[in-house]
Ligand binder design. Structure first.
Ligand code: HEM
Ligand SMILES: *[C@@H]1O[C@H](CO)[C@@H](O)[C@H](O)[C@H]1NC(C)=O
Length: 413
């Protein structure tokens, strides 16, 4: 494990990806009036009739009852509250793909991989719960799916819960756009918030763990989805504006400005709200460009690392150590994509890391394959992920996979 003496040195985390140069990627041009960068080079089309999301009839808001699961994902909670997912919070892969597409315009490649991963890691292979009990839903999926340094949900080891909102985190986000009249929680704002939250976990969570998949991939989604999915699209702003009212509704906050209250599980799709255009769905390649944009402000997010049982002891775990053999093969693997290493990690490491059955491992590898080829990432079947690097992270070794704790070293396949 490489030891960095300070966070400043860590900011050079990009060096872990010798082939990754965010600046060489095509950056989306700034389109007025919504700030510099982070916007498509040409505005997407807008079609009011097709993009209005119904909140009436069969889709009217219905608060969850005592037996309905609501968990760490506000998008899925909202979909379940409005009948776009089963109200009990347990759905099949197909229901997740179609529900997230219908409400938010999540592209089926992204929804598909996320839904299948849930079914494999937190479910029975075909369905899963948006909360569940430990190891049977995404709420009990710490470091398998659910991660540290989330936007509003607390770090499990810091607060004893990963599904409860942390007031200070909410107030930080909310306060990043002080003027309600012009507020827009766009990707630029969220990039700043992502940076704040990463540093906060380093400074406050002794067991902060940032893994190859839960960290590099999932934790970015938790930030980019806020703007990409929750923003209200319109003819004037086809890429969307996310103002305070809409953010509060999706995040289940209400009450007077000086005393905003969170009601767990009551996430709500606002009336008269417009989703992404069908020609502009949020796909895996689109998500990757957002990760690269975030990495410019916070280079650490595309590397793996952890605190050592005390705050401010964050150490970087080199990918060459995590994936021995990578350094030789790396150059040809397509590592210019920040998701290539996580996919390779899952491809050969998930089976032992999550104690997957052969059937589930094959299901996962079959889901990884098209994503890898879509993004130009080669899968090296000979890479052997080294668990010892992760087991050395106390925040990781505290929790195992969905079928129970992973014995130290178990990942060496
Ligand atoms: C099948 C699709 C989806 C899956 C499997 C999924 C899964 C998850 C998981 C596991 C987390 C917890 C990550 C963490 O600990 O931070 C999460 C958080 C989150 N998800 Fe989703 N999600 C999906 C779709 C969506 C959609 C469509 C939205 C739209 C707004 C969304 C918005 C969010 C946000 C904002 C968070 C972070 C919450 C916070 O910490 O404040 N997700 N999701
Ligand atoms: C979304 O934008 C349209 C056009 O500006 C507006 O009429 C509608 O009220 C907005 N919806 C929400 C929920 O703010």
């Amino acid at each position: 494990m490489k030891t960095f003496s300070s966070l400043a040195a860590l900011a050079a985390g990009v060096a872990a990806f010798p082939h990754l140069n965010p600046d060489s990627m095509v950056e989306r041009a700034a389109v007025p009036p919504q700030g510099a960068g982070y916007l498509p080079s040409s505005p997407p089309p807008f079609n009011a009739a097709a993009q209005l999301v119904s909140t009436s009839g069969q889709y009217v808001f219905k608060a969850p009852g005592p037996n309905d699961a609501r968990g760490p994902c506000p998008g899925l909670n909202a979909a379940a509250n409005h009948g776009y997912l089963p109200h009990n919070g347990v759905a099949t892969i197909t229901q997740f793909i179609e529900g997230t597409n219908k409400v938010f315009g999540m592209a089926r490649d992204l929804g598909g991989f996320l839904a299948i991963f849930g079914a494999i890691i937190d479910g029975d292979g075909t369905s899963w719960s948006i909360q569940g009990v430990p190891h049977t839903g995404i709420g009990g999926s710490h470091h398998n799916y659910e991660c540290d340094s989330s936007p509003v949900k607390g770090d499990l080891d810091q607060y004893g819960s990963n599904s409860a909102n942390v007031d200070s985190q909410w107030r930080t986000l909310y306060g990043l756009q002080p003027d309600a009249a012009t507020a827009n929680y766009n990707l630029e704002v969220l990039s700043k918030f992502r940076n704040i939250r990463f540093k906060e976990s380093v400074a406050k969570n002794p067991y902060f763990f940032y893994g190859p998949f839960d960290g590099i991939a999932v934790s970015q989604a938790a930030f980019t989805f806020i703007y990409r999915f929750m923003s209200n699209k319109s003819a004037e702003n086809p890429e969307g504006v996310l103002n305070k009212e809409v953010l509060k509704s999706f995040m289940s906050y209400s009450g007077p400005e000086n005393n905003l209250k969170h009601t767990p599980g009551h996430e709500r799709i606002p009336d008269n709200w417009y989703k992404r255009n069908a020609a502009d769905e949020y796909s895996i390649p689109y998500f990757i460009t957002d990760i690269i944009a975030f990495a410019k402000e916070t280079p650490e997010i595309i590397s793996v690392g952890c605190n050592q049982g005390k705050v401010n002891t964050y150490q970087h775990v080199g990918l060459d150590q995590l994936l021995p053999g990578l350094s030789g093969a790396g150059a040809s693997l397509g590592l210019s994509s920040p998701l290539c290493a996580p996919l390779n990690f899952l491809n050969t490491g998930a089976k032992s890391m999550y104690s997957l059955s052969d059937a589930k491992n094959t299901q996962l590898q079959n889901a990884i394959k098209p994503v890898a080829s879509q993004i130009g990432c080669l899968l090296d079947p000979l890479l052997k992920p080294s668990a010892s690097q992760l087991q050395a992270c106390p925040g990781f070794s505290l929790y195992g996979g969905p079928t129970g704790p992973v014995a130290p070293g178990a990942i060496q396949s």
